[in-house]
Write a new protein. Structure first.
Length: 269
């Protein structure tokens, strides 16, 4: 597809959304911003919840594509996750379908497969086609979003790239994050590739930089045209000196979901 010019960015006031507001426009995009929180300095941003179907319809009108980052990004009660992440994503896809939008980039997460064990050092990277193994209600909602995207491709012809984003921060802050880090600049490169690649149908791709300690396979992301430029390794010596190497006996270090896999089940709280 030709590069879309106007892109709806949901979750524009969040951590990743704030970074992308600065990094995506140089690729030629005009962003329409959507978030439940007001965005300082952006008087034209749409301030509404995903439950507001009227606001969603207005938001998608005339856009070329959607980057869907909105929703709860940590574990919460099932009721809150249901409203924001599950029903909210459904309402977004319905609004996109009604408006004739043909491309969505969905911010999935490694937590959709959080209970998958990390590969042992030196072994093959984890492929993208492993089964869903959600580690929380949050991870469950991301698996639902991937499946919803598949449904809307098969039934309605809306193409989606579901990106299982690792940790998108200016720099990694833990030893575990050395394997999952997605630099903001690489995140913008990945979103641009996902927005412009031809014939994606429904594609699932892992989202991280070209990290020396990478745990998962970036082949589907690279097939979109993504060429990561950054590596977490320059931060490794400082983080390891402060925190130590990964502990094979620590559940936080042995699964893709990290601390999400160490929490007791919600019914034991």
């Amino acid at each position: 597809m030709t590069a879309p010019r106007t892109v709806l960015l949901t979750g524009a006031a969040g951590g990743v959304g704030t970074l992308m507001r600065a990094l995506l426009p140089p690729y030629g995009y005009r962003l329409r911003l959507f978030d439940e929180r007001p965005i300082d300095g952006e008087p034209d941003a749409i301030t509404a919840e995903l439950a507001d179907t009227g606001a969603l319809r207005a938001a998608v009108e005339g856009v070329d594509a959607v980057v869907h980052l909105a929703g709860i990004s940590l574990e919460s009660s099932f009721e809150k996750i249901l409203r924001a992440n599950i029903e909210g994503t459904y309402r977004l896809y319905e609004a996109a379908r009604e408006a004739g939008v043909r491309r969505v980039v969905f911010a999935s997460s490694n937590h959709a497969v959080g209970f998958a064990p990390r590969p042992p050092d030196g072994s093959a990277a984890l492929p993208v086609d492993i089964p869903h193994r959600p580690d929380t209600f949050y991870g469950l909602s991301k698996g639902f979003g991937e499946d919803l995207a598949a449904l809307y491709w098969e039934r309605h012809g809306i193409e989606t790239v579901s990106l299982r984003i690792g940790s998108c921060f200016p720099e990694p802050t833990t030893v575990r994050m050395l394997s999952l880090w997605l630099s903001p600049a690489d995140c913008a490169r990945l979103l641009h590739a996902a927005l412009t690649a031809d014939h994606v149908g429904h594609t699932i791709a892992y989202g991280s930089s070209a990290n020396t300690r990478l745990w998962w396979d970036l082949s589907t992301a690279r097939a979109l045209g993504y060429e990561p430029q950054d590596d977490s390794e320059p931060y490794a010596a400082r983080l390891i000196a402060a925190q130590g190497e990964l502990d094979p006996e620590n559940p936080e270090h042995t699964h893709l979901g990290g601390t999400f896999c160490t929490n007791p089940p919600i019914w034991q709280h």
